[in-house]
Design a binder for this molecule. Sequence first.
Ligand code: CO
Length: 154
Amino acid sequence: MAIIPIVIHPDPILRLPTDRVTEFDPTLHQLIADMIDTMHSDRGVGLAAPQIGILKKVIVVSYKKREFAIINPEIVATYGSQWGEEGCLSIPNTRLNVQRASRIEVIGQTPNGKSIRLKEKGFVARILQHEIDHLNGILIIDKGLQLPDEKDYQ
Ligand code: CO
């Protein structure tokens, strides 16, 4: 079990491009295991490799009973739109309303290099769009709306 320190905004690492994974080897599998441990240690529902300083196209998702990694993920179709609140482990103490597609199709590979195509909706679709944004150097502060805090009305 390895928990890696999370890269925090405005660290420039979060803005750098990422490389496609070509080797589906134990080094990749160790990276995925470390990402899952790190995500859980911070109670996240998703994590992208740049958030632990690794500039590779790897994401992990954990929501309800599903936990999976996608290697080289790419969104190939989007349908509809939904607004919803998001946080980011790289941007502590910030919640923003972000517009996302409500349904998406994603292609990519499993940790063993098998090609996959996922059709997702709702919150898992939201997590996937958030994490894939990280692989392109995009953060929620680039697209989210900050609402006034409810406590300021009291
Ligand atoms: Co994030």
